[in-house]
Design a protein around this ligand. Structure first.
Ligand SMILES: Cc1ncc(COP(=O)(O)O)c(C=O)c1O
Length: 442
């Protein structure tokens, strides 16, 4: 038997980085030339192992939705951990029922029946499997530029080659055009008439690349990993009309856009006034506790007739984190806050875009805002170099931001939805100084 090293954990950044290189899959690629080792977080601030504080404008990929270590969520998890930590889905808990009840209250239309898992990937897996059970079909339409997760199925659904480790290996998944206004192939500026064109292409894809009987169309309301691509007006109404015409379901991925993030509404899809057949959620749902959820109408849920368990999914701790997070979201009105602070953030970004030619587009909704960086505005050639330089420069200014885009050329911002006016202001100032560094090649 191997001797197991039980020495106290290392805290020196260099040791942690070396340990990461030695023991973690290389595909788990962290940000930055010198990856950050984080040791603490509170609200909008995270602290690294050297004691340096950063304003976190990416929230661990839009997941610390109420800020790090929100006191009410922490307290509820502590309390629950001392009472009952695990049950499996073989037993009932009030926490799970309460979490599901809250989701049913928040979700659009008749979405009512939930299945809890541990990640967005599993939530998407559950949704796709359910759509196949309900329709008795197996072909799935997805979007180019999409991201759906890291499993065998979800990497196949993902329409971004840099996240797909294998060649297409699951049959029956077809990728249609992304509704990407900045690079719209139909008309610029892209408008509602382009939604018609995207929908026509979608229908032709069903007719030409499937047997005409698809199980589902899956789409993120705002394509997150793609760099917050917001579809044009009318887009989802038209797409959903078509998938329904062919007897398939619409699976809406709200993993990034859910819970008020887009402003005014609980879920991104509500901006398009469309009711999904199945909706998936994760990330911000439990403020950092690993939870995924798939919600649907009762008759669709009932079509899954074999047994299904999740050992960890919906466990009492995860559900305590979920109910408390959702309660705080309601109390604090995260949709309203995202709208207000998102507007402030967007206005500041527009000012930067006026100053720097290499900011090709500022886009997003609510507190989901992005900058697409280009070599010049004429050719719109993507600039991953500028994006990487800005990521590093922001870090040097004490600001954490995210990357996105097919070529890693988009900067993404997604701070806590409880961010204050002063924190938005401070973040914008730091980002402004970071842009200056990039401009000056520092
Ligand atoms: C839209 C979307 N769906 C699904 C996933 C997968 O979620 P997870 O990483 O929790 O498995 C992600 C992750 O970034 C995502 O952005």
């Amino acid at each position: 038997m191997k001797e197991v090293n039980v020495s106290t954990p290392v805290t020196r950044a260099e040791d942690v980085r070396a340990g990461h290189r030695e023991f973690i899959f290389p595909s788990v690629a962290p940000y930055y030339q010198d990856p950050l080792v984080l040791v603490q977080g509170k609200g909008m601030v995270v602290v690294d192992s050297e004691g340096t504080e950063f304003l976190d404008f990416f929230s661990g990929i839009l997941t610390a939705s109420l800020g790090h270590c929100h006191p009410e969520v922490v307290e509820r998890i502590r309390q629950q951990a001392g009472i009952l930590g695990h049950t499996s889905t073989l037993y009932l808990t009030e926490n799970q029922v309460e979490a599901a009840r809250r989701l049913a209250d928040m979700a659009p239309g008749d979405l009512k029946s939930s299945f809890f898992t541990n990640s967005g990937t599993e939530a998407v897996e559950t949704a796709v499997m359910l759509a196949c059970c309900y329709t008795g079909r197996s072909e799935i339409l997805a979007l180019r530029h999409s991201y759906s997760g890291r499993s065998f199925l979800t990497t196949n659904i993902t329409g971004n080659a840099s996240w797909r480790p294998l060649p297409s290996s699951i049959a029956g998944i077809k990728h249609v055009m992304s509704p990407y206004p900045y690079r719209c192939p139909f008309r610029r500026p892209c408008d509602e008439s382009c939604s018609e064109a995207f929908a026509r292409d979608f229908e032709e894809a069903i007719q030409t690349t499937t047997n005409g009987s698809p199980a589902a169309f899956i789409a993120e309301t705002i394509q997150g990993v793609a760099g917050y691509i917001v579809p044009p007006p009318g887009y989802f109404q038209k797409m959903v009309e078509i998938i329904h015409k062919y007897g398939g379901l619409f699976i809406c991925d709200e993993v990034q856009a859910g819970f008020g993030r887009t402003g005014e509404k609980w879920f991104g899809i509500e901006h398009w006034d469309v009711e999904p057949d199945i909706m998936v959620m994760a990330k911000g749902i439990a403020n950092g506790f690993p939870v995924g959820a798939t919600i649907t109408r009762e008759e669709i849920a009932a079509s899954w007739t074999t047994k299904s368990i999740s050992t960890f999914g919906g466990n009492p701790l995860a559900m305590a984190a979920t109910t408390t997070t959702l309660d705080v979201m309601v109390k604090e009105d995260t949709p309203g806050r995202s709208a207000l602070r998102g507007k402030q953030l967007r206005e500041g970004l527009e000012v930067l875009a006026e100053e720097y030619e290499w900011i090709g587009e500022t886009r997003g909704m609510g507190l989901m805002q992005a900058l697409e960086l280009v070599e010049d505005r004429e050719t719109k050639k993507e600039s991953p170099e500028k994006a990487n330089a800005l990521l590093e420069a922001a870090k040097a200014e004490g600001l954490l931001v995210g990357m996105g885009g097919r070529k890693a050329h988009v900067i993404r911002l997604g701070p806590s939805m409880l961010i204050t006016e002063a924190e938005v202001e401070e973040g914008l100032e730091r980002l402004g100084r970071a842009c200056r560094r990039v401009e000056e090649g520092r």
